[in-house]
Design a protein around this ligand. Structure first.
Ligand SMILES: NC(=O)c1ccc[n+]([C@@H]2O[C@H](COP(=O)([O-])OP(=O)(O)OC[C@H]3O[C@@H](n4cnc5c(N)ncnc54)[C@H](OP(=O)(O)O)[C@@H]3O)[C@@H](O)[C@H]2O)c1
Length: 290
């Protein structure tokens, strides 16, 4: 299997040295309910991953915590040996408990183990990008990331990780990480209705650093808003399409990783994200999250 040159909406962005398609794919939804256990439809999950690559997507977001171990193994089963140009971005810093919780695992030993687990389950000798996941299920929490981030820098110096990022991070933690070592991306919750990172998006754009919103479609609670529905019906599009197109138009450093367990939704999202939003549409959509 080879990746195709992209005609995906948004073009490409340089994530460190590699160019990735701004339209990517988030693999979290491939695990079982609440991201625990195997998928109900194993073959369907494999088909979604192969379709993503067929569509020309070169950026897949994953984590050893999804399942746990489930999405990484599916990615390997579906796509290994990986086509040239495909970039797998993973994250470390949280594990799973038996209740499906996401307890932090950010001690240097935890991070070293997590990097080695990702390498083993994905079948790689080095990971393209590793995000340090901070905070908790309630969102980013203040506090120094230095000890954890420095542990990842060591793994990078050992050649096990090519590029670093942070996730679920405050603006202060992003700046703290950047004072220690370069980062290529920040992965935080952001969408039409959650605009708390507006300033951070713009600051990172000026620095050439990618901003990768998680829950671009609202995650476990799909985006719902009267203004979004009004714009979507005026354009004859779905709310999902408008939400994705808005992100691509919001800033050139925004990379999309919408999740889906459906090849039909994946194709719909690729088409939908190409929607062109007028200044009037954007003004109306701006009222949702401000
Ligand atoms: N760093 C972090 O802490 C963190 C946290 C959460 C997520 N993430 C990453 O971010 C990625 C995206 O987040 P997410 O997947 O949770 O949320 P999302 O992309 O906002 O939404 C995914 C949901 O939207 C549905 N959906 C997608 N396309 C659709 C369509 N065309 N029509 C109808 N429904 C559609 C999916 O259902 P179907 O399966 O039925 O399509 C799924 O339930 C994840 O995959 C993961 O890689 C990172």
């Amino acid at each position: 299997m080879t990746t195709r040159s992209t005609t995906l909406p948004g073009g490409t962005w340089s994530l460190g040295d590699p160019d990735v398609t701004r339209f990517g794919y988030g693999a979290m939804q491939l695990a079982g309910p609440w991201v625990m256990g195997p998928p109900a439809d194993h073959d369907g999950a494999v088909a979604v991953l192969r379709e993503a690559v067929e569509l020309g997507i070169t950026h897949i977001d994953t984590s050893e915590a999804y399942g746990p171990h489930v999405t990484n193994r599916l990615i390997r089963e579906a796509l290994h040996p990986y086509p040239e140009g495909l970039h797998l971005v993973t994250k470390v810093g949280a594990t799973r408990d038996e209740q499906g919780g996401w307890p932090p695992a950010r001690r240097p030993d935890d991070l070293r183990r997590a990097v080695h687990e990702n390498l083993a389950t994905l079948g790689l000798e080095a990971l393209d990008v590793v995000n340090l996941r901070l905070g908790d299920a309630d969102g980013p929490q203040p506090g120094s990331l230095a000890e954890a981030f420095e542990a990842l820098v060591e793994l990078q110096q050992d050649g096990l990780v090519r590029h670093l990022g942070v996730s679920n991070a405050t603006a202060a933690q992003v700046a703290e990480a950047q004072a220690i070592a370069p980062i290529v991306c920040v992965q935080n919750m952001y969408n039409l209705a959650h605009r708390h990172d507006d300033e951070l998006v713009d600051r990172l754009a000026a620095q050439g650093v990618a901003y990768v919103p998680f829950f671009p479609l609202g995650g476990f609670s799909p985006l719902q808003s009267a203004a979004l529905s009004a714009v979507a019906s005026r354009l004859g599009a779905t709310s999902m399409s408008v939400a994705l197109a808005w992100l691509l138009q919001r800033s050139p450093n925004i990379l999309l990783i919408p999740g889906t367990s459906s090849t039909a939704h994946l194709r719909e999202n690729v088409v939908g994200a190409a929607l062109s939003l007028s200044a009037e549409d954007l003004r109306e959509l701006d009222t949702i999250g401000r």
